[in-house]
Ligand binder design. Sequence first.
Ligand code: HEM
Ligand code: HEM
Length: 168
Amino acid sequence: MARYSKTVIVLHWLMAVLILAAWFTGEGGRHVRENPPVLHFWLGLSVLVLLVPRLAVRLFGGIPAMEAPQRPLLDLAARAGHWVLYGLMLGLPITGWYAAGRLGVPVTFFGLPLPALAASVQGSPGWVAEVHETGGTVVLWLAGLHVAMALWHQFVLRDGTLSRMSPV
Ligand code: HEM
Ligand code: HEM
């Protein structure tokens, strides 16, 4: 059974936990200006930082070959879905960082103050912040579908897909 590399497996599960935690700690509305969700910022920025090695390994290392790929269309859909997930892992932290700037909320990472990506405004933080909030919901739905597909592969098709990404 061809498996993903240890690095990919560790990053996959660590980032899955961070994304879930970022979703739970995300807050919207006026409250964000008064009491910024710093843990949310930290979790989301960690996803952004970890995406760098993850994409590097993915782009230069490739993926383990499937043993008996039978459904080319499904395989294509899975790959497309994975790239949408990568897109969200990049887009969500950046739009969130931008939204924080619009709200006039400072963002730090391990004590390091990060530059604001946008000038602060009064009132609504605008469409990028809305894209961020919607994207936060979309990533959860897509990850749910992703989990369902992984379980279907493992237990219905029995093609060992989950074992490819299993930490043990
Ligand atoms: C994987 C990463 C992230 C996910 C899944 C995520 C998810 C979310 C969600 C679901 C909300 C909306 C909560 C609600 O309306 O009840 C939200 C709001 C927000 N997030 Fe994130 N976020 C991520 C990363 C970040 C980062 C890195 C920052 C900043 C550095 C950030 C800043 C914000 C801000 C400022 C809001 C409030 C936006 C507004 O009130 O319009 N997020 N996030
Ligand atoms: C309990 C939750 C999860 C399970 C059971 C799971 C399972 C898996 C499995 C089995 C694979 C390998 C697929 C294959 O061999 O083709 C995989 C790949 C992948 N997963 Fe997850 N996953 C989970 C959560 C997440 C989350 C939250 C994200 C990000 C939002 C994510 C993003 C990805 C991506 C991008 C790949 C593709 C790796 C590549 O480039 O080939 N996963 N996942």
